[in-house]
Every structure is written in C-alpha cells, then in structure tokens.
Design a protein around this ligand. Structure first.
Ligand code: XIL
Length: 724
C-alpha cells in the first residue's frame, strides 16, 4: 500500500503546476528518423570521419538517420594528395565504400581550399611559385583523378571552398578598392581565375555531379553580397557553378533568421541548388569557419539548451520554406562527442552519448501546419496585466505576444510556448525591446510564466504575479470559451477573509483564506437561529500556497455564481497552506504526510468550527485538492474518514475500491483531470469505483493540461454535488 502512495506521489510531482501545455503534433514514435521527417523537403546529411566508421553505434546512427554523407576531412586535397607522387586513399575509400554498401549518396568535400590543400602544387622544388600553367595542369590532374575515383557515389562536389573575404577593409595607405576575395596564396598567385579553372576541371571530369561554391558566414549581409557578386560574375562568364553551399557554422545567438532567409532568397536568383553543408550551432558566440574549440568545463545551462533548440527549430522552419531550392542539409559531425568545435559547445543534434537532444526533436517533430501560419492581428492586452500595461498580449486564437525592454541583453526567453521547447525565444527589435509571439495558440485558461534574461530569472513587469512553482510567477490568461462560470458578475458575492491561527504542532502562526457566502452572519435558519454552513477544505498543489485557489483559481467567484444560479446551497470554503513547498524533486519519500494532517485536523478545523458558523460534522465537511494537494486529500481522507464525507482529487490521484475496504464509506468521490493529462486513468478509476458500489463522479476538462483552468472547471462540476 505504501508503495502505491509513493508512486502516485511521484507521478503527481512529475507534472508540476507550472507544466506548459503540449502543442502541435504529439511527439512522434521514437523510431521516426530525420531523413523520413524531411523526405518531402530535402536530404539530411552528416559529415563522417574514420573514427565514426570504426564505431558500430555511430555507423548505425548514420544509416538510420541520414541519406547523404560528407567526408569530414578524408577527401580534402591535401589529405588525399600530400605530395606530387603520393596518394592516400585509405580513409576516403572506407567512407566511399560505406556509402556504396549502404546506398547513401556522398557529397564530395572539397577540391580547392586554402586550408588542408596541396600546397606543393603552387611551388617548385626550390619553393618558388611555378608558372600558372603548371599549377593548372597539376590541379586538373588532381581533380580528374579524385572525381573519377568516386564518380559512382558522389552526387555533388564542393569545388571551391571559402574564397571570399570575411571583412572588406581598405589596406592601410593604399588607394586600391578593397578586395572582396580572401587574400589566400591561391588568390595572390592566380587571382580569381583559380575558381573558374577548378569548376571547369570538375565539370570535365564529371558532367553529372552538381558543382558547388561553399563558404561560411554566407548569411552575413556583407559576405552574402560578395558571394553573390562572385558567383554571378563567374556564371555570366560561363563557369559551371550549379549551387551555393552555406556552411552553417552558427551559434545560439545568430545569425538572425531574417538574414538566413534573405541570403537564401538572394542566392536562389543565381542558382537552382542550395545546400546547408556544415551545420552546427555552438553554445559560445563565435561563428564562422575558424577552428575555435569550446573552453573546458563550460557548463550548458538550461537557457542555453533552450536557445540551442530554438535556433535549430527556427532555422529548419526557414529551410523548409525554401525547400524548392534547398536540397540538402548536412550536420557537421555525428554527435557532440567528436564535433570539431568540441563537446562543450553542445553543437549538434546528438549528445556525446549519441542520444537525441531536445533540438533533435524540435527539428524532427515540426508541425507543418504551423510553418506558414500568420496569427490574426487582433492582439489585446492580457486581462491580468498590471495597470496601463500593453504587453503581454493575447489574440483571439490564443497566441500570446510579449515585449520586454532589455537593451543590453543577449537573450530573452519567455517560459511560455509550445511544449517541449523550453519556451518562446524573443528577438531584439531596433528599439531595444525584445519581441516574440508564441509559435502556436496556447491552451485556453491561466498560465504561469517568467522571463529568463541571459540566464537570470525575472518576472515580466507587464503582468501581475501569482504564486506557483514556489515563486511569484507572472500570469497570463488566454480567455476560455466557457469563462462565464468564473466571471465577475452582478450577483450577491461572498467574502474571502484572511484568518491567522495558532498551530501548536508547528509552533507558528498559520494563515488561511475563508470564503463565506453572501448572507453569512445574517441569514436565519428555520429554527430562527443564525444559519450554519457546510465547509469545503480546498488544497492547492506542490508549488502554490493558500492564495492560489481564490486568486488564479477564482474559487469564490465560481461558488458565488453557482449559488446565484440556484445550483449550489450556500457553503464555506477554507483554503490553507498545505506545507508542500519545501519538498524537493526526488525527495518524495522524505515527505511527512502527517505534519499537514495535524495542522488541518487538530488545529485548523477546530479553529474554523469554533469561530465560524459551520455545521461541524462529517456530512457537512468535504476535502479536495489539486495535484499534490490531491495527494494530501487522499492521505487525510483515508487516515481520518470520519472527518470528511466528500472526497475530491483533481489531477490526477485516484482511489481504488481496495483502498476503501476497511474505511468508512465516503458519501461521494470526485476524480478529475485535464484532457492532456491521463484521462483514461481517471475514467477507468471512476468506473471501477461505481462498479464496486461507491458513489463516484469523474470529470475531464477538454484540451487543458496540469493547469488552473482544469481545476476551475473541476471545482465548478464538484461544488453542486457536495453536501447532498
Ligand atoms: C574542419 C574539420 O571538421 C576539422 O576536423 C579539421 O581539423 C579542419 O576542418 N569549413 C570547412 C570544413 O569547409 O572542411 C572544416 O572542417 C570546417 C570549416
């Protein structure tokens, strides 16, 4: 029996009150792969090295997820052909044979690059530059030999890599216009002719392979211009360039998706094929093609993971939009374990143990129906905003929009958003404010949220605060279609008063809020004496306190309205702190369920019965709680069934007939949860109780999760059933 209690408790804790709604498509079966998810968009590729080829788990991962491969280093000219008469085919052959065996097409990388190049081609034995005809002859031979060897499996070649300059600054003291080209040895000796020649030789060698110019920072507006102009000039001169490779060595802060989008649009004026050839998204701020490893011991904080996931997810959204021109996206390395930028940079979709990361799921489990939607522009300030505050806003479809002033910040994340992504990442506007709209509509009802600015947690100054998740969180309300039942109306209203009572067992003053219905203290009973009332003891969940049910729960308004409609007899509600906040995750076993029971049974109930007009018996006393408050209710009612006649558990505790065998039978049991929780379990438990002869009612709140609209609705259903 004890075991059941504990596992149920853990279950409740796993869905704490701050859980965000899960949206879009449910997470796919875990055997779905990247290449399948993108089969209607582009091929998914990965760069491999010889270590990956020798590791069975890595080979399996590559075969499972990807349908394009690039050799990380093995086919670079300097690696294959370190001196004039020396060829090293072994590693490249291993990779090519793996591709052949598994029918995975290969992207050839790369024929001409200033790094890892056959530098010997440019010089004679004395170290003097050779005539350019000699260089071109050597280059032609090299390209023909390599391209011919892998012709059967290579479908595209990065012919020239990184030939453009990063920045264009005039040379000091020079009147010449700054060069848009990288000042490499190749450029110094041959100008941009080497580019044209390399493409010509590659086309001669294989008329069928797609030929790419490949570069990093290709989304940077300045570099994009330089690449565009060079490729245009070449193509105008008849150089056979089929595609542009955007390497995609990005970081969690940039580039902006606007720049990526613009660059793709621009390049697509020139070429029919764009590949993202070397994708990784590093956690530090460096970007581009240089080798800069992550610092040792860099800790990946949760907000960094969120930014990482978001950058991948936003990028793929842009890439999907351009699927007509994007035909391959290649990740640079298999997993964080052997990423060229180092494991501490957290750059890839698989972690160091080859497990799928949050970013993997964000990339794979996209919802195509959200790709092109534009929210309706009828945003209004949320009804829970601080006076005069415009943001946060909500539109008629349930989208939430945020604006935060933080001119010096590097990142601003709102914890509210589509499930499983860590929230909504805002983008900085030119005015120093950060803006963002949730990617899809939020569940209707109340949501807690907070901001994470550069890793620090703060509240949104636009919104009011509500106690939940063991802190005063910002609150936002997505107007529910059935909000009328807790609306503030012109009906007789009860009072909610704060009471302070002495708790002997804890040696402290405790607080409770007590709802007394309209007419309390004035209305007379049939016998002419002051009318007395039944009482519901109503508990909050793990992270809330005694303020929650009357503020975000609207318990008072719900009962006011029910009484006014004649659906409920006037009753009292008592809401106190359930002593749950100190419980740490994973320490459920240490929680002392009896401490709160003592306060409730021996101190609060006697105090209320003494100081209020209650009917102090079991048939007029109910206990109900949400989440961990439901656990407390379950424990208290089973331990002291003579105290309460009506037992209610909201999200997601249950009673089973065997629990009730040796206890005084409750007059009525109520079990409920949100439709996004585990409704089958609730429905089944209610059915079993009914079959066993107990009076039990269930309720499932449609399309809500572990949040307050679920519990407002449950309370609204349960109150009319009490004390009958
Ligand atoms: C990198 C490899 O990943 C490293 O192992 C190697 O030491 C250096 O080169 N742009 C390119 C790739 O086009 O070839 C580079 O690969 C990363 C930057």
């Amino acid at each position: 029996m004890k075991k059941t209690f504990l596992s149920l408790g853990l279950l409740l804790l796993m869905a704490p009150a701050f859980a965000q709604p899960q949206f879009g498509r449910p997470r796919q079966e875990d055997n779905r792969t990247l290449k399948e998810a993108y089969k209607n968009y582009f091929t998914m590729g990965v760069a491999v090295n010889i270590r990956n080829m020798q590791n069975e788990a890595e080979r399996d991962l590559v075969k499972r997820e990807y349908n394009s491969i690039t050799a990380e280093n093995a086919m670079k000219s300097g690696e294959l052909h370190p001196s004039e008469n020396e060829w090293k085919w072994e590693q490249a052959d291993v990779i090519a044979n793996f591709c052949r065996e598994n029918k995975i097409p290969l992207r050839g990388h790369c024929l001409v690059w200033h790094s890892q190049f056959c530098d010997w081609m440019m010089y004679d034995k004395k170290g003097k530059p050779v005539k350019k005809e000699v260089f071109y002859q050597r280059l032609r031979e090299h390209i023909h030999t390599v391209v011919n060897r892998y012709k059967d499996i290579v479908y595209a070649w990065d012919v020239v890599n990184e030939a453009m300059a990063d920045n264009v600054r005039p040379m000091w003291g020079s009147h010449e216009a700054p060069s848009p080209y990288r000042r490499s040895k190749l450029f110094e000796l041959y100008g941009d002719e080497f580019i044209a020649k390399a493409f010509e030789f590659a086309r001669e060698a294989d008329p069928n392979a797609l030929l790419f110019y490949n570069d990093y920072n290709a989304a940077d507006p300045g570099k994009c211009d330089r690449i565009y102009n060079m490729v245009k000039k070449m193509k105008d001169a008849g150089v056979p360039i089929d595609g542009i490779g955007m390497q995609g060595h990005y970081n969690i802060y940039g580039p902006s998706m606007e720049d990526v989008d613009k660059a793709i649009t621009r390049y697509s004026e020139l070429v029919k094929h764009i590949h993202i050839t070397e994708l990784d998204i590093r956690a530090n701020e460096e970007m581009g093609g240089q080798l800069r490893f992550s610092r040792e011991g860099m800790e990946i904080k949760p907000f960094v993971k969120t930014l990482h996931t978001n950058q991948f997810s936003q990028l793929f959204k842009v890439l999907r939009k351009h699927k007509d021109v994007i035909d391959n996206v290649t990740c640079w390395n298999v997993s964080d374990r052997d990423s060229w930028v180092g494991v501490n940079n957290y750059p890839l979709l698989f972690d160091k143990d080859l497990n799928r990361k949050q970013a993997y799921y964000a990339v794979r489990d996209f919802d195509p129906s959200l790709d092109n939607v534009v929210p309706v522009e009828d945003f209004k300030p949320s009804e829970l905003n601080q006076p005069g505050q415009e943001y946060p806003m909500v539109n008629s479809q349930g989208y939430a929009r945020f604006r935060v002033e933080a001119p010096q910040a590097k990142s601003v994340i709102v914890s509210l958003g589509l499930g499983g992504r860590g929230g909504t990442v805002l983008t900085k506007g030119k005015d120093g404010f950060w803006y963002g709209t949730t990617e899809g509509p939020m569940d209707e009802g109340f949501h807690y949220y907070h901001l994470t600015i550069d890793g620090g947690t703060v509240n949104d100054p636009g919104a009011q605060n509500f106690y939940g998740s063991v802190r005063w969180e910002s609150g936002i309300e997505i107007p529910a279609h059935d909000r009328d039942f807790y609306a503030l109306k012109n009906v007789p209203h009860g009072n909610i008063q704060e009471i302070l009572f002495w708790s002997e067992s804890t040696q402290s003053v405790k607080r409770a809020f007590v709802y007394t219905p309209a007419g309390y203290g004035e209305a007379k009973a049939k016998n002419g004496k002051l009318k007395r009332y039944p009482v519901l003891y109503l508990q909050h969940g793990w992270g809330e306190d005694e303020t929650a049910w009357s503020r975000q729960g609207h318990a008072g308004l719900i009962l006011d309205n029910l009484i006014a409609e004649g659906k409920c007899e006037p009753a009292m509600i008592v809401m106190t702190y359930g002593m749950t906040n100190e419980l740490k995750f994973g320490h459920m076993q240490e929680f002392d369920w009896t401490a709160f029971q003592r306060v409730l049974m021996d101190e609060l109930i006697p105090y209320v019965d003494k100081n209020f007009l209650t009917i102090a018996d079991r048939d007029h006393r109910a206990m109900t709680g949400l989440s961990m408050g439901g656990m407390e209710t379950r424990m208290a009612t089973l331990a002291r069934p003579e105290v309460f006649g009506y037992w209610g558990l909201f999200s997601c505790g249950i009673y089973e007939p065997k629990d009730l065998q040796n206890v005084q039978t409750p007059r009525h049991i109520f079990l409920s949860c949100g439709g996004r929780e585990n409704p089958d379990r609730i429905n089944q438990a209610v059915e079993e109780l009914q079959k066993a002869g107990f009076k039990a009612t269930g309720h499932v709140s449609p399309a809500t999760g572990h949040e307050f609209l679920t519990w407002r609705r449950a309370l609204h259903e349960w109150l009319p059933l009490l004390f009958k």
